[in-house]
Design a protein around this ligand. Sequence first.
Ligand code: ATP
Length: 404
Amino acid sequence: EAGNLAQELGWDAYAVGGFVRDILLGRPNLDIDLVVEGDGIAFASALVERLGGRIKAHKKFKTAVCILDDGRRVDVATARLEYYQYPAALPTVELSSIKMDLYRRDFTMNALALRLNPGKFGQLVDFFGAERDIKNKQIRVLHSLSFVEDPTRILRAVRFEQRFGFRIGGQTMRLVKNALQLNLFEKLSGSRITHELRLVMDEENPLNVVERMNDLGLLKAIHPLLKLTHERVRVLQELEKVFNWYKLLYLDDQADCWKLYFLGLTMGTKREELSKVADRLNFSRREERELLALRDQIGDALMRLMGWQEGKTPLSRLYSILTPIPLEGVLFLMARSRKESIRRNISQYLARLRYVSIDVSGDDLIEMGIPEGPVFTLILDKILAARVDGNVGSREEQLAMALR
Ligand code: ATP
């Protein structure tokens, strides 16, 4: 449809980037990126008119996002003709605009285009040897200043390497080492690093990426306190397992997994040190406060769980330790605990205990003639604890307990 439309408007349209890469790799990818040699915004408007949907346009960048009624998302960019003035005697060269658009991209494998116009539909446009690199499972930059232009590409390279089972190419690896020697990361803003790190955490196996980053000296380059230790790796491994388990079971109740990884990566640091890392990553004051509080709560809970005895300590005790802690903290505790029994009980807490409720309210207590006051909380908490421990059943039993 996009190809027909482009033809009617007299332009050339291409599918580009990750979408094309994933076709060659046989992987699903629902985000479609298009480049139009013409007016991208006008093209996007016409496209949603035809397919149904709405657009959000960025006039400044001449790009638009189409949100189609069927839920698909199509990004449309504009490729302009650009003239390159070469020094001295060489003539001014007009590069085809799609080529310029692709040349600005991060790696050869992401610099592929697929023609969409009728008659040429499906033709691969490969200026930089991307098809060969994909075949050889190699990640290569397009030119030697690529990482100087944008050091976050190094993090992208490692992420793609682990996701696809690729390898950073030899020359590109030399450029990575060079970039590190030049301390290019120092100039990078905390927000950009954090953005890339969050993309890492959203990968299927973030730990592989984090370990590779550690081996290459990237973690250290972001902040010296982030380097991996055996204990951190162990907890991160457990976190990955716990988190995947949790995601699978509770699809609708998602935890903020980057917080977990951040806590894992900074485990064992002092308070001020954690603050320094948070500052480097440009966390907001609020995020930093929340992380510190979360860490304190986890430490506190770990202490209180120390005397835990399977079968002896009542579950209501676990309940009272865990309820004040945000979900991320509970998951972290589960990953952190070495005792199998504690892990099992925390999983029971997540599956069942945290949803336990009682059928008695303050109004019931008033009706029963109990004088209003702080004692209400005590009574209701006592009933809740009894419910958690399975010592009390029906509403009648709960009411009777209130009088005791
Ligand atoms: P994913 O599957 O993770 O979405 P993607 O390749 O689609 O992978 P995006 O981050 O959505 O990744 O970026 C879309 C395209 O924009 C990429 O294919 C790449 O060509 C280009 N791109 C993204 N980030 C950069 C960057 N830092 N430098 C150069 N090109 C980039």
